[in-house]
Design a protein around this ligand. Structure first.
Ligand SMILES: NC(=O)C1=CN([C@@H]2O[C@H](COP(=O)(O)OP(=O)(O)OC[C@H]3O[C@@H](n4cnc5c(N)ncnc54)[C@H](O)[C@@H]3O)[C@@H](O)[C@H]2O)[C@@H](O)CC1
Ligand SMILES: [K+]
Length: 551
């Protein structure tokens, strides 16, 4: 698993490296700028010097570029992000590019390393002045905009010419697909800790992303490790693609005290070896657990059947659907390997749970929110079994304080945004409030706070699914960048996820491990299947995913 850093953690690592005397801030800035230029050439090899001068632009360019130079506009801010920008400008110029630089801030107030690179730059190129009304992006032949206004230091909204420049860049790139925007470290209006655009008070009331000219970069090049904002909220949309530059800080990660904050972990492909429990051990079916999934009434059983199929495919030894008597025939017509029991009421469930081989429950999908359903949730919680609470069970818990109070550390709650708001309205309000200063309250903060309050694992769904337990451990299963799987937004995929987690609980996984693995596998199944996926396909894709993992 890879650790995601906050801005404060990144600053602490950088400070430790500089304090060690092994590297200077200036050297780190040079490595960063060099890395950005290398990443640009890797991303678009046709821009690299080995390709020679830029090919002559097509006729329709209103270009002034007789020599065939690539042209870049570099937007530098008042801090070290701007310092990186000056390095990039110098290196591009040395490669033969035509480069224009704008400075958002006062050159006299630049921090020392950025100031050195500013001076180096003005020796070979000028800093452009800006008048309102100017077309600062220049002629149409613009190849590259480098956004180096702000990085991890962003604490307030961009104003005046800062925000105007970002909108100029956006507008240019939307008109001419060959104009690429590259953000240094982070897109300049995006908070490093939350991935949320920092908006001006005057925009409050409007949707963040619509109200603020945030950069939608084609490429973001970051240093050392990813920051949380690269994976949360609007971060991935604004970053475009994400590349990493090693600036030699690996040795310093362990040497810094990052304070109380536990790191958030991103679930990546590399994490797999950390779950050696996934391969099934030898044994009979009950040594792999028995999951019970409660279904709704007549015509309402699809969600539970999907969950059951997920639990069985993920490796639970036995899976049973429990339903009211009227729904038995419907379910019997659909189920084979999955067993079916009559759970006519709370007393029936309590009787069934006397069998301690049933070691994991899933309550909520298609269950309804009647008093009877409430009783079943109460009985499930009372049994102390590992339990996944989803869909209608979350609605029931959200409106019933005594039920909420029964949650325990073997529960996993799997809310989407709407369910999360019903369960934790005050926390959801904090997350929905406009982010007017950085670091802004993030989905990681919200999920950790929710898990602590509920006293159990909370899996807060989305393309940035955040999973937290009550100890503050937190991870993100991000279906973004190379793991982007938008076709997962399909009816029933949440039921299958609940089933995956339930099946893993039955197999003896801890609640956090089950939630992490379930979410990770759901994305892997979606990626493996591809577009056109419907919820039924997810469990059926698992064998292929397991085989690819060598299990
Ligand atoms: N931390 C590290 O190890 C490294 C950092 N580097 C660069 O340094 C950046 C961080 O530099 P800084 O800490 O100087 O921060 P930034 O350059 O992101 O911001 C500069 C300063 O501007 C002020 N500011 C924040 N929001 C503003 C706004 N909306 N309008 C006007 N002023 C605002 C703040 O005082 C902030 O410290 C990173 O993002 C990265 O690009 C690299 O040079 C390489 C090494
Ligand atoms: K930036």
């Amino acid at each position: 698993m890879t650790e995601l850093l906050t801005a404060a953690q990144m600053r602490a690592i950088e400070a430790a490296a500089i304090a060690s005397g092994e590297v200077t801030g200036l050297e780190l800035m040079e490595r960063a700028g060099r890395g950005v230029v290398a990443a640009i050439f890797e991303e678009w090899p046709e821009l690299a010097p080995s390709w020679g001068p830029a090919p002559k632009p097509p006729e329709y360019f209103l270009q002034n570029d007789e020599q065939g130079l690539h042209r870049a506009v570099v937007l530098c801010g008042p801090g070290n992000n701007g310092g990186d920008g000056f390095v990039v400008a110098r290196l591009l110029k040395e490669t033969g590019w035509d480069v224009e630089v704008f400075l958002y801030g006062d050159a006299e107030k630049l921090p020392p390393d950025a100031r050195v690179n500013y001076v180096r730059w003005v020796e070979i190129g000028g800093v452009q002045s800006f008048e309102f009304g100017d077309d600062v992006m220049g002629p149409d032949d613009l190849t590259l905009v480098v956004d180096a206004f702000f990085g991890t230091g962003l604490v307030r909204p961009l104003e005046g010419f800062g925000s105007l420049f970002l909108s100029f860049a956006e507008e240019r790139a939307s008109r001419f697909p060959y104009t690429k925007i590259v953000s240094v470290d982070l897109p300049s209006a995006v908070c490093a800790d939350s991935g949320r655009p920092i908006v001006s008070e005057s925009f409050v009331g409007l949707p963040e992303i619509a109200a603020f000219p945030v950069t939608h970069a084609h490429l973001t090049v970051t240093f050392h490790k990813a920051k949380r904002g690269h994976y949360l909220s609007d971060g991935p949309i604004c970053c475009g693609r994400l590349r990493f530059v090693d600036i030699g800080l690996d040795d310093f990660d362990q040497r810094v005290d990052v304070g109380q904050q536990k790191p958030a972990l991103i679930l990546t492909h590399e994490r797999w070896p950390q779950y050696p429990s996934l391969p099934k051990k030898q044994g009979h079916k009950y040594s792999h657990g028995h999951a019970l999934i409660l279904s709704g009434g007549v015509g309402k059983g699809g969600a539970a059947r999907l969950a059951a199929r997920g639990a069985l495919r993920v490796g639970a030894g036995a899976v049973t659907v429990g339903c009211p008597p009227a729904a038995l025939i419907e379910n019997a017509a659909q189920l084979n390997a999955i067993m079916l029991w009559n759970v006519k009421d709370v007393a029936a469930l309590t009787d069934i749970l006397a069998d301690d081989r049933i070691n994991a429950l899933c309550l909520g999908p298609g269950m309804g929110v009647s008093d009877e359903s409430r009783g079943l949730v109460e009985a499930g919680l009372k049994s102390g079994r590992a339990i996944v609470l989803d869909a209608d069970a979350l609605t029931l818990i959200g409106r019933d304080a005594p039920l909420f109070a029964m949650l325990h550390d073997r529960c996993v709650l799997t809310p989407h945004a709407g369910e999360f708001a019903r369960l934790f309205p005050d926390i959801a309000d904090k997350l929905a409030a406009p982010a007017t200063k950085g670091p802004a309250y993030s989905k990681v903060d919200a999920t950790c706070e929710a898990a602590k309050r509920a006293g159990c694992v909370v899996l807060f769904k989305g393309p940035d699914t955040v999973i937290a337990d009550l100890s503050g451990r937190c991870s993100i299963n991000a279906s973004v960048y190379e793991r982007s799987a938008p076709w997962l937004a399909t009816a029933g995929s949440g039921d299958v996820l609940a089933g995956f987690i339930t099946g893993l609980l039955a197999r003896g996984f801890g609640p956090m491990q089950a939630a992490e693995s379930g979410a990770w596998l759901q994305t892997e199944c979606a990626l493996s299947f591809g577009p056109g996926l419907i919820a039924e396909d997810l469990p059926e894709e698992l064998p292929k995913v397991f085989r690819a993992l060598g299990l």
